[in-house]
Write a protein that binds this ligand. Sequence first.
Ligand code: NAP
Length: 484
Amino acid sequence: MVSRVIPVEDFDLVIFGGTGDLARRKILPGLFRRFLSGQMPSTSRVIGAARSDLDSDGYRAMIREAIDEFGGDEKSETAKLDAFLAQLDYVPIDAMGTGGWSDLSKLMRDGVVKAFYFSVAPSLFGPLAERLHDHGIAGPDSRIVVEKPFGRDLASAHELNATLAEHFDERQIYRIDHYLGKETVQNLMAVRFGNVLFEPLWNNHYVDHIQITVAETVGVGGRGAYYDRSGAMRDMVQNHLMQLLCLIAMEPPSEFEADAVRDEKLKVIRALQPVEPHHIVRGQYQAGPETASYREDAENERSFTESFIAMRTEIANWRWAGVPFYMRTGKRLRARTSEITVVFKDLGHSIFKDDGVAHHNILSIRLQPNEGIDLQMTIKEPGPGGMRLVDVPLDLTFAEALGDTVEDVADAYERLIMDVIRGNQTLFMRGDEVEAAWAWTDPLIEGWTARNDVPKTYETGSAGPEDALMLMHRDGRRWRDIKA
Ligand code: NAP
């Protein structure tokens, strides 16, 4: 069984920052895969734009190298790569300057979807929006794609929204959170809203608590200075983890449509409770046998920025009142894994008198690695010796269950770019959603800043600071193991 690929409409996609890391590592290799799958029309154009003094041939050579370095198995398809590169152009443009815009304008065609990917620093979003508008390059149907970070607090996010709104309607703005483009994240919605099994149990009567873990093994080396100004809260929680929390907690939208889904996510964010100081644990990794400490990586011996954060929050609505949501994310942890876990309550009464162990059903949704879902069930331990119970996983690893169909699964960036061309905003954050997320985040950051909170240290390769384990233990619960 092979997945059906429906080509998108013909498009011109301009990538500002087309020579940058994100463009070379993710956007262009992703587009090449969409080209190979037949989803990208052979007439579509991709135009790189940045200050570097390149011509289109020079840009094609750069992207050939990038696909060679960052592409997967598909990079060996030389003839097809040539055909893909022939669809690329390049225009030297300084986002702050006046040159190059008429060249760009000449390259753009009428009658096709026009999209502009702002893969540049957020300080350039405003100047780009203004110039695209002033030079008549973007019209009322054009789309712009903006990258995280979308602001660093409510005030800056609000200002950024206002700047973009001067030239573009909300329906034209695609704020990327690449977590939303992951296959399993969408599966989370399919599992919740496509099965009768879970919805009746998806509430405070049956759910004991929910855990969201996004663990990384890498440190911040390379982008230490940038990271030190943001930290795990701004870099991961405010966007990726909160988006996951929204999808797991939101009410069923009336239909799977952009605003219906985003309205429901927004309600979750607005119902999020402030987090008590003793329900937040921040950490910084220590040096490992061959790796530097956080402070060395950040080149800031006095840094109080967190490379790890764990917290407990609650959602004040009828469905979730009283159910703790535990979130944690960090760098230099034991394994690279992203997982959402729904731990159901134990049975009020067990008929198996001798057992004495509390058995929980646990639904765990793995975003990476081995995307899939497993459901911990309680069964009888096989063999003689009476009725002994044992918990076993019903494991559904998608790659195994779906066989050939998963061969052409688009990665997050590919899927999201194709959604931009299709004009589907469901998996993109709306302006009010981003602002609501900052409105919840800001007081937490302000709180620990005012308290001069010093992050706890934790060992490289561990599960984070001891205090993070205690956060759960105090509630009589435990985190799931961080394992690959
Ligand atoms: P980068 O490697 O520093 O690239 C920046 C790009 O912007 C380059 O192509 C640069 O080219 C161009 N540029 C800089 N100043 C410009 C100007 N005045 N006018 C026109 N172009 C200009 O950054 P990146 O890692 O690709 O990140 C791009 C954006 O995506 C950032 O907002 C970042 O936070 C976000 N992001 C990146 C990643 C990632 O994995 N890299 C992940 C999530 C979000 P020239 O120097 O030739 O002008």
